[in-house]
Ligand binder design. Sequence first.
Ligand code: EPU
Length: 420
Amino acid sequence: MHKLVIHGGLPLKGKVSIGGSKNSSLPILAATLLTPEPCILHGVPNLSDIRYMLQILQFLGAEVEFSDSTVRVQARNVQPEAPYDLVRKMRASICVLGPLLARCHQAKVSLPGGCVIGDRPIDLHLKGLSALGAEIRVEEGYIVAQCKELKGAKVELYGKFGSTVLGTDNVLMAASLARGTTLIEGAAVEPEVADLVEFLQKMGATIRGAGTRVLEIEGVEELHGAEHTVIRDRIEASTFAVAAVMTGGELLLEGAPFSHMDSVLQTLRSCGARWDITPNGIRVWTNGPLRAFQLQTEPYPGFPTDMQAQFCALACVTPGRSTVEERIFPNRFMHVSELKRMGAQIELLGNRATIEGVSHLSGAPVMASDLRASAALVLAGLVAKGKTTVHRVYHIDRGYENIDQKLQQVGAEIRREVVS
Ligand code: EPU
């Protein structure tokens, strides 16, 4: 087990190379189960969540090779059962359900279990796959699904918190091999869904409406192997943008997918940060005091829930009263109590945090609780007076590749230590 030890107060300056998107890579890896032919994916980040997904693919029968951010998967034969021990490590493993049903006409996938960011139901995944003709029951902690064949249908995927990203992915993948035409209404429009659509199209799927709320999929008999480069990670890029702003530094985020970051960039501008788009990426800096801001998380293209915790950290050191409202995962505020231990002034009422900026945070030992909460604690540590120790950094390693090395390269005093 590792911890990160940070001495705060240094402005970050230089270049950070933004890696491939975790949340694009995971469903695209699951999609490789749809064909017995080899698939090659470039730009895949070397993260623990990616390695869990590769283990799951191997368990299901695929041959997998991963080196230098390129993955080669060939699922010649697939068996349909994904056990609890593998699935519990990562909720995104639920996105093997659609491909298994499509390929094997049956699937037995462990229910993913609890999650610290709050309740994460999968009712919409099951509703969508049932509409395509799967019979689904939940038995002894497993989703057991089977069908004679999958048939195209009209599927409505709006939930009470908006559309579902991985639910849309699951139905898309299953529908690609279903007989007839499927119409998904209320599809998620996150860039990662559009990236999956592009990969499926390269495999031979017929899909119209990428990037819109209505997707039309004409099922095909079989899909073939394909080669694809996943999009860059908008959340990693946005996290480093906040790091530049909080520390009063200047970073060039090389390869950052600025067209996917509009809401984050607009929010940064509203709080007084500066950025411009260069041929190599986004340059972010500040030249003057920051201003308090208001934000609410929403499905794309709204402000991403995956950046809420990091903006809470920013608000802690921004003069004035900022408000942050979480509308996707209303209980995703595990970072608040840890930030308070560093001197933050935060009042949490339901899904709304009111944050009064303080002149400085104080370094403290803090505990990472989930991926994005741990990123917020690292950001807070970068500006806090004195030493911050972030424990349980395996959470951050799920979604940020070499975050400590990338921060060191731009001037942060941060080191990884083994917990004795
Ligand atoms: N929801 C339902 N029923 C469902 C599925 C979702 O009610 O069947 C609700 C959820 O409870 C939530 C909302 O719908 O309120 C949106 O959840 P969604 O299904 O879109 O989340 P997800 O697909 O499970 C992905 C990302 C998350 C990200 C969310 C929202 C991956 C692997 N995960 O999760 O990323 O927060 O979309 O954008 O793509 C992260 O990277 O830290 C992370 C948690």
